[in-house]
Design a protein around this ligand. Structure first.
Ligand code: NAP
Length: 330
């Protein structure tokens, strides 16, 4: 027996912004699981900016792309998994797969919250924001905070966690509608649209008391602008640099790096495994904040595997509000 599946292959390396013809959808037959294996049907897959650099280097051509997903075990010949178990996995961009179980983690959904929160605020996205801000950024209550891509998946969490800590929070994003959400729904002190005015000027005006912590998702001109406004002993938690992902490097040179010298600024990159010791505390804090409404979240969900390339292209153009997901099955 076998199960029909569809998967998304990268067939061409993008030049600049990815386009739909960089991808192809391929139908495959997935054999029934052998001894020690499980067969998983993915329900949702994540679409992440980090996939874009891998499309230039790392991702093999004419093979299924990889990425985070949440699936359900349909057949199991592995005692660690039961049929019906929900499992997080790294086999996104495909509907069905078999596995010996390595890297699959059984998910116990948080009662009272939708399943998709585990792909966003209560998953790796939220944890990246939590640890990046509190552990890497060493946030203190009441500080001055700037978050870029603040209406995105990670940024919207970082910005609201900073608000919970009593901070003055400025967030930048790419549309007036997103600015409105930041100010009116997420409760930020100021949202700025980096597409309608130079970020350096608007950020300076929005941060009259300077910046103690910059949560950087963009790099390039946003990092440059933040460095010009950092307070002494400020921290820059470098989470991502999306402004350079479609290029061989960053679009804009960072000219204000020398400000880190006399400002004694700590600029530190990170990945989520750096602060796994915070994971249990994060789960408990975030589940509470989501349930009591202190943290709001948005998600943009494309329907069906055939729309995964459009979701990837859209993500790089700001088509998402909050977490970008593709729904693959009910
Ligand atoms: N270090 C880690 O462990 C880790 C983990 C997850 C994510 N990240 C990084 O965190 C950042 C955000 O990721 P995410 O998953 O939360 O994605 P996201 O913010 O939900 O989506 C990406 C957003 O980036 C913005 N954008 C696209 N091109 C841009 C440009 N040239 N300049 C400024 N903004 C641009 C768009 O929003 P606008 O409408 O605002 O332009 C788009 O919606 C990325 O840099 C990612 O690589 C790091």
């Amino acid at each position: 027996m076998s199960t029909t599946s569809r998967e998304i292959h990268l067939v061409k390396r993008p030049e600049g912004l990815p386009t739909l013809d960089d991808f192809a959808m391929v139908e495959t037959q997935v054999a029934d699981p052998g001894e020690g294996e499980v067969l998983v049907r993915n329900l949702y897959m994540s679409v992440d900016p980090a996939m874009r650099p891998r499309m230039s280097v790392g991702q093999e051509l004419n093979e299924a792309m990889g990425g985070g997903a949440l699936g359900r075990v349909e057949k199991s010949r592995n005692p660690a998994f039961r049929e019906g178990d929900l499992v997080t996995n790294r086999f996104g961009f495909r509907e069905v797969f078999t596995s010996e179980g390595r890297g699959l983690q059984v998910l116990h959904p948080e009662p009272g919250l939708p399943l998709t929160v585990h792909m966003g605020p209560l998953g790796g996205t939220g944890f990246t924001a939590y640890g990046g801000l509190l552990h890497i950024g060493q946030l203190k209550d009441g500080e001055q905070v700037y978050v870029s891509t603040a209406a995105g998946a990670v940024g919207s969490m970082a910005a609201q966690i900073a608000k919970i800590h009593g901070c003055y929070v400025v967030g930048s994003t790419g549309s007036d509608e997103k600015v409105r959400w930041l100010e009116e729904e997420a409760g930020l002190d100021k949202g700025i649209n980096y597409k309608t005015a130079p970020i350096r000027q608007t950020l300076k005006a929005a941060t009259p008391k300077g910046i103690d912590v910059y949560f950087d998702n963009v790099g390039g001109d946003h990092l440059d602008a933040a460095l010009a406004s950092m307070n002494s002993l400020g921290r820059v938690a470098v989470c991502g640099m999306i402004s350079g992902y479609n290029e061989a490097g960053s679009r804009t040179a960072v000219r204000n790096l020398s400000n880190i010298i006399y400002g004694r600024i700590n600029l530190r990159g990170f990945v989520a495994p750096d602060f796994m010791h915070l994971y249990d505390q994060f789960k408990s804090d975030m589940a509470g904040w989501l349930k009591d409404g202190r943290v709001k979240y948005q998600e943009t969900i494309y329907d069906g595997i055939g729309n995964a390339p459009a979701a990837m292209v859209g993500l790089m153009q700001g088509a998402n509000n909050g977490k970008m997901l593709v729904k693959l099955a009910d």
